[in-house]
Design a protein around this ligand. Structure first.
Ligand SMILES: [Zn+2]
Ligand SMILES: [Zn+2]
Length: 81
């Protein structure tokens, strides 16, 4: 894997589409609640919730936010809203 490539998709960071952004500030300082096996610290699925913002958090906004990918961000910019 090339230096600076994304761990998830293997693309260069500039071409990576899987990084998630805060819907409020556009930052990448975001977190999502995950299930972790207590004894092995193995990370499993995301927590899941009926309320989408429930398990997602932006450290910069210090608030529960929605997350979106670079792809979705570009789509939003293209429609101009
Ligand atoms: Zn990626
Ligand atoms: Zn934010």
């Amino acid at each position: 894997m090339a230096h600076g490539a994304c761990d998830s998709c293997g693309n260069a960071k500039e071409e990576c589409e899987c990084e998630m952004y805060c819907s409020r500030c556009g930052g990448t300082n975001v977190q999502i609640a995950m299930w972790v096996r207590t004894n092995t610290e193995e990370v499993l699925d995301d927590f899941g919730s009926f309320d989408e913002t429930d398990t997602k958090w932006c450290e910069d906004c210090e608030a529960h936010v929605l997350l979106f990918s670079k792809d979705m961000k570009r789509a939003m910019r293209d429609t101009g809203s």
